[in-house]
Design a protein around this ligand. Sequence first.
Ligand code: TXA
Ligand code: MG
Length: 318
Amino acid sequence: MMSHATLLTRDVEVAAALVRQGELVAFPTETVYGLGADAFNPEAVRKIFEAKGRPLDNPLIVHIAEPAQLAALVQEVPETAQRFIDRFFPGPLTLVLPRHPAVPDEVTAGLPTVGVRMPRHPMAQAFLRACGIPVAAPSANRSGRPSPTRWEAVYADLNGRIACILQGDRSDMGLESTVVDCTGAEPLVLRAGAVPLEALQAVVPQTRLATPDDVRQARSPGTRYRHYAPQAQVILVDTPQAAQPHPQHAYIGLASPTHPEAFGLCCVCPDVATYAYELFDFFRRSDAAGCKRIYAQRVPRIGLGLALMDRLERAAAK
Ligand code: TXA
Ligand code: MG
C-alpha cells in the first residue's frame, strides 16, 4: 500500500497516463466520483479493493468513452440493451451484459456478466478518451461510506491510498447510476439510480425492479451490504415535526421544520432532484460537524424518489 500523498490535478492526460501505468485515479462523473484502474490489468484492479477496503465478491462497473469499446468487454449486446444504449448512453445507466472471456475475474468477481457504463460528464469523457482503455471503477469512497460527490470527499477518504485525484466540479446528480441486468427477456433493475425506472420502461416496457427472489439480484452482491452510511444514526421521518430539534441533530428533507435554526445542520430541498444532489454531501457534513443523529424525510417512490428512498433506507439500516 502506498503511503505518499495523492497527486491532485485537473490534467486528464496526466491522470490517464497513471491509469495506463497500472495506478489508481479518482475521476468525476455526473453521478458520483469513481476510483478507476485499467480494466484489463488484474493487478491494478486488485489495488481498488485494497484502497477501498471493498469485499472481493462485489463486481466493478467498467467505464467506456464510446459504445465501440463494448466489443472487447461483452459477448453480445442483447436487443433490449441496444435500445437502452441508443437512448441513455452517454449517461447515468449501467448495463449488466454477458461478459467477454477476456475481462478479468477481478472485475466481475467471477460472474458470467460485466457491468458497463458510458458517463456523460465532460471531464470523465475526456479522461476515458485519453486512457484509451476501458476503466473499471467503483465509487471513490472507503467501503461503507457515502459515495463522494466532490473531489474533497475522495481526498478525505483516500489520500495516500491512491495515485491521483482528477479535480472536477461537484457531481451534478449526486446519486449513483441505475444498474439494469439485460441478460434475460425482461430487463431487471438491480440498483435504482439516476435514471428513473419509468424512463427505462418508456424504452423497454417489460423492465421491472428486481425483487430479493430474483436469481439475477443475488448476483449483484453490492446490494447486500450496508451502504452509503454516515457515522451518525439516520432516522427516517414522514414530516419534519417528527424530528427532534437539537444542536447535535441534523435534518434534511423537502418540507421545512418550524425552527430550522434549532438543528445543528438543516437542508430543505425544493425538489427530489436537489435532495438527491445534496444527500451524500449532507451526510459527510453532518459527520464533520459531529452530529449524532440525522433525520431524513421520506419521499414518494416515483421517479428519482425510488433511488433516493433506497439510499435512505440503506443508510438507516442497522
Ligand atoms: O454511478 C455509478 O454507478 C458510480 C460511478 C463511479 O460510475 N459507480 C458505482 O460503483 O456506484 P459501485 O461499485 O459503488 O456500485 C456498483 C454496483 C454494485 O452494487 C455492484 O454489485 C453492481 O453495481 N454491479 C457491478 N457489476 C455487476 C455485475 N456484473 N452484475 C451485477 N451487479 C453488478
Ligand atoms: Mg459504491
